[in-house]
Ligand binder design. Sequence first.
Ligand code: NAI
Ligand code: MG
Length: 504
Amino acid sequence: MSTNKAGAEAAFTPDPAKISQAALDYIKAGPKKLYIGGAWKAAQSGETFEVFDPATGEVMAHAALGKAADIDDAVKAARKAFQDPSWARISPHQRSRYLLTIADIIERNVEELATIQAIDIGMVLPQSRQLTASMCDVFRYFAGFATKILGSTYPSDGSALTYSLREPLGVVGAIIPWNSPTFASAWKIAPALACGNTVVLKPAEQAPLLPLRLAELLEAADLPPGVLNIVSGLGADAGDALAKHPGVNKINFTGSTGVGKGILAASTGNLKKVTLELGGKSPNIIFPDADLEKTIPAAVMGFTSGAGQVCVAGTRVFVHEDVYDEVAAAIAKAAQAIKVGNPLDPTADIGPIISKKQLDRVSDYIKSGQEEGAALRTGGEAHEGPGYYVEPTVFENVTDEMRIVREEIFGPVAALIRFKDENDAVFRANDTEFGLAAAVWTKDISRAHTVARALEAGTVWVNTIFELDVIAPYGGYKMSGIGRELGAESIEANTQVKTVVVRF
Ligand code: NAI
Ligand code: MG
């Protein structure tokens, strides 16, 4: 019997004393505008779109419906700022100070920003707080880089000097998804600015509030106008216009693999640089010698955290046959104990799905699993109204061809897969078009390293999961992406190299 009836907590009323009033006030205030060239503007069409509260399904705000004309306006503002001495000629120390100031502003406003994100995307508040706070580390890390972006000198004869300069690309277009606007914004804005670029960011239409409020708060950092621009709007319209714009030098995109392919195609017009962070179907491999007390909760967190709307979610759980029965029972039990509820309810473990459309997608996948003959071990129920809730769902008796095993679901749904030995596990874990992340649970150190090498994934976790740090690169193998974010790789991805030959 499931104890986590999805939607059971939808009637929850938050305690106003415990919720950031600033966040509630911001959400309630009038229609949100576009931030272009340091000014707040309505969309040129005058249109707005509705912003839904996924916990209730109700419209809670409106945001300007930016379109191609607004994107063009923003790209021009960003180009102007890129060339203006107030940004182009400042010392690296000043660029560093801007980023440190941004981090300080975020730190002072973590509660408000975290609450806006929690409400807008339906993420439970403690998790939203943690992700919001992590933005400060991201800005501080890249603040340090601003003074350490180096060129080289090269050997030459006695009357020449050959050296290289690592220069910014120009205008960077950032297109982000709804599943975590805080870190998606930070990951894209911080390295771009550290390298001297300017940014036009398009939030996801399902969750525009955090980036817009962030830009408002960041006005206190006094960046020159046009260095950071935010244009809310639809993917197929504003997003497409940004991806195609000849005045944009790079697109940094996070989202679905299908849209990522379109971004790459759109980039050919002016051969803009592209970084893509796309979907996943990450394997989580549990060997018989794993410390099950740590493994089980982590495995369940791996596919339920953020209601499964996480690109690195460990949705294919491979379990060795010797421990399969024990692990399957423990995972089912732990999944049932997850409390699905309002993101502001302190007792909730996970919140709702972002939208009716996404809830329907998740429900369709659950149905397809059943139709293709998989056995539902626990969960499976989705409830619409009020709010978009779905129970943590675990399938068994799956085959490697089923859609629930091959496709990214983006809901709290996992497939348990029995394996017999290391080779079998690695082969099947790699039998996917994706390659974003993977996890391995074992106490055998040589097995851990051998399997980590053999897995085709941009990040491999051993005896842990979801540990991402701005210090190390992050990105996908195969169809999970192109290029890397974070770490020094992010500096390379936001710059280009000029060689200068001086004959004297
Ligand atoms: P999406 O890929 O459509 O949206 C991501 C961003 O791209 C949004 O800002 C959207 O407005 C923009 N976009 C959409 N179409 C565009 C276009 N033609 N040109 C330029 N920009 C465009 O993702 P969506 O529809 O929100 O979610 C669908 C599925 O995608 C999810 O179920 C999930 O499987 C996957 N997804 C994966 C993410 C990840 O982090 N790996 C994040 C979001 C979605
Ligand atoms: Mg979409």
